[in-house]
Write a protein that binds this ligand. Structure first.
Ligand code: SAH
Ligand code: SF4
Length: 372
């Protein structure tokens, strides 16, 4: 793909080289990097320390933000905000902000769509459009890290907030989860480039320990991540503890069955000494049975892991329903008596369809059948 140079796709070295090739002194590249990732600028005009001629050249030959906001929805309790963005080629992605307890978490997409085809997932039901670039992944985070517009436009800043860029960021977002649309390990290089860029101490400086990457269970990706020298958290979307059931819910299980997936997770824990989380969407009468609970307890026993239970978020392409309270309680009691650490996650933002891929699904549907 050719076109203007997209700044958020460039590494630090690439930006230095670009400015050097324009005959700029070395410190200009550093200034630009700092403005992008600490100043969180959205326009070249805000880069006042750069000479006007350089700002004009940047504006002519490069591109800053590419995310165009299509819909911005807030849940009635104000704790969830969900955004549908369009990219210049028309691909659509979703990002979600969740603010509760002491956390302010952003959930970002790594692909437009997904090719993995999990039955219950709205993103999977729509198929894959394309991989995102590292810059498109990073830009989603920057969007939420930027101060509210009123402050950016010169209203008096909140005296409670730290003033410098990186400090402000730390106070704005506490966690980043790569759990939006797409399978991160099907786009491994761009995802890890984005993670390292967000982590850069000279830039956005976001701690890797506060980032989580979630995979459907692509074994090569898990093995690769175990070799990386980075402290990011790993979540594995398990959803079933027998191959028979997992094959049906998560088609990639046929390629990487539990007999391959679980040894890879063990190896990851052994190498990194990091706790892995297992994600489990509870589907009434499907994977919330006592048999599945016992099978899960057997495979998780003695493992450095944590099970996250999430009642299914219903989607239009799948007939399953969320488990009832009683069934959830029964499932949990099996894990409890086996001593498996677990948490029941609440379904957030149901009223704004904050389930993965659901906004895009609705936007596509309304385009197909106007007037709905
Ligand atoms: N592709 C990655 C990350 C994106 S999906 C993965 O599968 O892990 C993020 C999480 O949302 C996964 O745990 C996925 O299983 C879960 N999920 C998808 N659709 C869901 C639904 N309808 N209800 C509850 N969880 C869902
Ligand atoms: Fe893709 Fe994850 Fe959805 Fe499965 S659950 S289709 S891997 S985004």
């Amino acid at each position: 793909m050719t076109g203007p140079l997209t700044l958020f796709d460039q590494s630090y070295d690439q930006l230095q080289d670009l400015l050097a090739s324009w005959g700029e002194p070395a410190f200009r590249g550093r200034q630009l990097w700092t403005r992008l990732y600490q100043g969180l600028v959205t326009s070249f005009d805000e880069m006042s320390e750069l000479p006007k001629s350089l700002r004009q050249r940047l504006a002519r030959e490069t591109v800053l933000d590419r995310l165009k906001l299509i819909t911005d929805q807030r849940s009635s309790d104000g704790q969830t905000r969900k955004i549908l963005f369009a990219l210049p080629d028309g691909a659509q992605i979703e990002s979600v902000w969740m603010g509760y307890e002491r956390r302010r978490t952003v959930c970002i997409s790594t692909q437009a769509g997904c090719a993995m085809g999990c039955l219950f997932c709205a993103t999977g039901q729509g198929g894959l459009q394309r991989n995102l670039t590292s810059g498109e992944i990073v830009e989603q985070v920057l969007f939420f890290a930027r101060p509210p517009r009123s402050e950016a436009q010169g209203r008096k800043p909140d005296p409670q907030l730290p003033r410098s860029g990186s400090q402000r960021m730390a106070s704005t977002l506490t966690n980043i989860v790569l759990m939006g649309m797409g399978e991160p390990f099907a786009n491994y290089e761009q995802v890890m480039t984005a993670v390292r860029r967000l982590n850069d101490p000279a830039g956005f400086n976001f701690g890797a320990r506060r980032m989580t990457v979630s995979t459907v269970g692509l074994v090569p990706g898990i093995k690769k991540l175990a070799q990386e020298n980075i402290q990011i958290n790993l979540a594995v979307s398990l959803h079933a503890a027998t191959d028979e059931l997992r094959d049906r819910l998560v088609p990639t299980n046929k390629r990487y069955p539990l007999g391959a997936l679980l040894p890879a997770v063990h190896e990851y824990i052994e190498r990194t000494r990091r706790r892995v989380s297992f994600e489990w969407a509870l589907i009434e009468g499907v994977n919330d049975t006592p048999e599945q609970a016992s099978a899960l307890a057997r495979l998780a026993r003695g493992m450095l892991c944590h099970v996250n239970l999430i009642p299914l978020n219903p989607t239009s392409g799948y007939g399953g329903a969320a488990s009832t309270r009683q069934r959830i309680a029964a499932f949990r009691s099996v894990l409890e008596s086996a001593g498996i650490p677990h948490t029941l996650r609440l379904r957030r933002g149901i009223d704004i369809q904050a389930g993965c891929g659901q906004l895009r699904q609705r936007s596509m549907n309304s385009r197909l059948s106007p007037g709905r």
